[in-house]
Write a protein that binds this ligand. Structure first.
Ligand code: ATP
Ligand code: MG
Length: 256
């Protein structure tokens, strides 16, 4: 199963990607986390892994990828970097880091001033996700950059479902409406995770979502998660979180 995690900046996407990865390996799955966020450098630390080298370098680096994309203009859809389908086992070992059944790849990060836009990474991420063929015990979690730019590139075209993380903010609720609209165009189910909830905001958040039956988890504001996030430490899920994440994965898997 391939799941894409999206939401507003700081809503908890990477935290939830790490919690899901850790929960899923505990139930016997192999997990590949795909970091498609070109700006942030926290996910590998939340997973307790080294940051792997940019996967885009395997294809010659950003400039080579960009030249290939530009050469295909205006038929950008014809650009291809993979000559065959891949399995997780085909990812060259120097491009992932791994611990306890979780592998992490990072499509590419912005490292230097003036190095160009992130479109190259989006194009590569989209094709990679599409070309990746999974065994039944493999889970792919795609952690995205904030917002909906990835929808503009249709990076989610080949995922099985979209997990939208919603924190208690007006922007998150508005984004949830937009993501629902975009996901229905792509014919992808969108599930909601309400994060950082408390007794003052949960009801309002629930009532703001038009299809409430798709809310599959709520995670309270937790001091432990907040401190871990502040320090850049590895996340360790407690019993509550594991139960919540496991239920979420089972529900999506039963419906897909
Ligand atoms: N349930 C929670 N309780 C307390 N703190 C949380 C919770 N969920 C996330 N956080 C904290 O909120 C901050 C943002 O979380 P995270 O980095 O996962 O968000 P993100 O959506 O991936 O952000 P970005 O858009 O920048 O990638 C982190 O410091 C994290 O520890
Ligand atoms: Mg993040």
């Amino acid at each position: 199963m391939k799941l894409m995690i999206c939401g507003k900046g700081g809503s908890g996407k990477s935290t939830i990607a790490a919690l899901l990865a850790k929960t899923s390996v505990e139930t016997g799955n192999s997990v590949l986390v795909v970091d498609t966020d070109e700006s942030n450098f926290g996910l590998h630390r939340q997973l307790g892994l080294e940051l792997p080298p940019d996967f885009i370098n395997y294809f010659g680096g950003k400039n080579v990828v960009l030249e290939k994309i530009m050469a295909a203009a205006p038929d950008y859809e014809s650009v291809s970097f993979f000559d065959k389908d891949w399995q997780i086992a085909d990812i060259p070992s120097e491009y992932y880091s791994e611990k306890n059944g979780i592998k992490l790849i990072a499509i590419g990060k912005i490292h230097d001033v003036g190095e160009g836009c992130a479109c190259t990474m989006g194009v590569l991420a989209k094709e990679f996700i599409g070309k990746l063929k999974l065994n039944s015990d493999e889970l792919v979690l795609v952690d995205t950059e904030a917002g909906i730019e990835h929808f503009g590139r249709a990076v989610e075209q080949d995922v099985d479902a979209i997990l939208m993380v919603i924190d208690p903010s007006y922007e998150s609720m508005k984004l949830a409406e937009k993501v629902l609209e975009l996901s229905s165009t792509l014919e992808k189910p969108v599930y909601y995770i309400l994060n950082k909830v408390d007794e003052n905001n949960e009801q309002f958040m629930r009532e703001s979502i038009s299809n409430q039956e798709m809310i599959i988890a709520t995670i309270p504001t937790k001091a432990s998660l907040s401190v871990t996030g502040l320090k850049g430490d590895e996340i360790t899920a407690d019993g509550c979180e594991i139960e919540s994440m496991n239920g979420l994965l089972m529900e999506i898997s039963d419906n897909s």
